[in-house]
Each structure stands twice: as C-alpha cells, then as structure tokens.
Design a binder for this molecule. Structure first.
Ligand code: DGP
Length: 111
C-alpha cells in the first residue's frame, strides 16, 4: 500500500534496524522502544491487522511465531511478551499487521 509506512520499510524504501528478513516477514527494532528490547515482526504483505486474519493467510501467523521463537533464542531472552494491537482504541497506530516483542525488564500485568 503506497501510503503505509510498514510497506515502505518492508520494501526497503525507509530504513530500519533490521533483525531478520525472509520472503514473508521482516523483524526490526521499534523506533519508540517501550522496553530495553522491543522489536516488531511485520508481514511483508499488507494486512490491516489481526481483524484481517483468515484461513487464507493464517499460516503467516504461525510463521511469525516461529520467527519470534528463533529471534528470542538468539537474543537469549528467556522471558518476553508478544502483543498485537488491533484498532485505534486498542492502541494501533500503524494499520499494517505487526507483533511487538518486548523484553529486558519486568513487564508487569497487562493493562
Ligand atoms: P502500534 O501502536 O501497535 O500500531 O505500533 C506501532 C509501532 O511502530 C510503534 O511502537 C512505533 C513503531 N514505528 C512507527 N513508525 C516507525 C518507523 O518508521 N520505524 C520503526 N522502526 N518503528 C516505527
């Protein structure tokens, strides 16, 4: 999508501090970290958010969690939180499916 910032990052048109990339997903550090370790895993395909996950694209979600397991192991993170916000009221500010991975501090209860 031409006006989507994460599509531009996935295309390499906007630089990012990249951790991992394959043909389906990209992982990079969040520009506004909320924890000592805070990276995002995004789909390369433009999907608006968790509300658009269907039988057609849900294999991507399993792949994202495989990538998260691989990256957190490489980073030696034994405790981490995975969050996806869907909808502005839930805190979504970029309307392109992404999973936050947070670690490096006590994360406390979910609010
Ligand atoms: P959310 O609010 O759940 O939609 O999360 C969007 C996250 O994306 C937010 O934590 C900040 C991050 N972000 C927004 N623009 C950029 C960018 O250009 N580069 C990087 N690395 N992160 C970004």
């Amino acid at each position: 999508m031409s006006d989507c910032i994460f599509c531009k990052i996935a295309a390499g048109d906007i630089p990012s501090n990249k951790l991992y990339e394959d043909d389906r997903v990209l992982a990079f550090y969040d520009i506004e970290p909320k924890a000592p370790v805070h990276f995002l895993v995004i789909t390369k395909e433009h999907i608006k958010g968790a509300c658009e996950i269907t039988g057609e694209n849900s294999a991507l979600i399993a792949h994202i969690f495989e990538v998260i397991a691989k990256l957190t192991a490489e980073l030696k993170l034994d405790a981490f939180r995975v969050i996806t916000n869907c909808g502005a009221q839930a805190g979504q500010s970029v309307f392109h499916l992404h999973f936050h991975v947070l670690s490096g501090r006590i994360l406390g209860e979910m609010g």
